[in-house]
Design a protein around this ligand. Structure first.
Ligand SMILES: Nc1ncnc2c1ncn2[C@@H]1O[C@H](COP(=O)(O)OP(=O)(O)OP(=O)(O)O)[C@@H](O)[C@H]1O
Ligand SMILES: [Mg+2]
Length: 221
């Protein structure tokens, strides 16, 4: 079983959006997926509740309970555990990072997100756990090039000591509509740009988490 946590110290960066999209994407690919929502707002659970068809299993949890949940999920044959986390609360974020094969740090290319991103990245680095920075709500390219705001964000993020996903999640209304209806962007708009982008992001994260979980198994053996 792989565990991926989706984190950021800052609110509203897109943790729930990315958690939901990853969980539903892998569910639709045939995996047994559990989405643990450790945010007291329970946004992922609320979104899953309005899902029109079967989907990933949503479980409300908290940081301190994640270890037990992970053990039970492994025993129950879950293939992928996605952990959506609340902003700010170290008690919930630290256990999620510690127990993950990969902690995905979601950040928008804005001044305040980048400032908070430095703190979030420090948590991952200090715990010596694998992390990945995922740019979300990125504006579209202009004349085939990333806008200055994105270029500046990439420069700042490069200093944080974590890899940056080579594919960015763009600001698209499909992500908002998908969250409001409990579906993936591929279900909402099959064959669309958001669906293609999300599939590439999910694939990159999955491959990285697979490599890292193999590495940690080898180090135990
Ligand atoms: N790529 C995107 N394009 C457009 N809108 C987005 C995108 N990602 C997230 N949003 C919107 O931004 C808002 C915040 O997203 P979301 O709830 O996923 O963030 P969050 O980090 O989980 O917030 P919180 O810290 O409150 O838990 C939502 O309205 C969501 O629809
Ligand atoms: Mg959220």
């Amino acid at each position: 079983m792989k565990t991926i946590s989706v984190i950021s110290r800052k609110g509203g960066t897109g943790k729930t959006t990315i958690s939901m999209q990853l969980a539903i994407h892998h569910y639709l690919a045939g995996k047994v997926v559990m989405l643990a929502d450790t945010d007291p707002q329970l946004s992922s659970i609320e979104s899953l509740k309005i899902r029109p068809t079967e989907g990933p299993q949503g479980v409300a949890s908290t940081g301190p309970k994640i270890f037990t949940l992970q053990t039970n999920a492994r025993r129950a044959g879950v293939d992928l555990l996605v952990i959506d986390t609340p902003p700010g609360r170290e008690d919930d974020i630290l256990p999620a990072i510690s127990l993950s094969d990969l902690a995905v740090m979601v950040v928008r290319p804005t001044f305040l997100d980048l400032k908070a991103g430095a703190l979030t990245a420090r948590m991952i680095v200090q715990l010596q756990r694998p992390g990945l920075i995922l740019l979300n709500q990125t504006p579209a390219c202009l004349d085939g090039a990333e806008q200055l705001q994105v270029q500046n964000a990439l420069e700042a993020l490069a200093l944080l000591g974590l890899p940056i996903a080579p594919v960015y999640v763009r600001a698209r209304v499909e992500y908002q509509d998908a969250l409001a209806t409990g579906v993936s962007v591929a279900e909402l708009a099959p064959g669309g740009a958001a669906a293609a982008e999300l599939a590439t992001v999910a694939d990159h994260i999955d491959k990285l988490a697979t490599q890292l979980s193999r590495k940690s198994l080898r180090s135990f053996g």
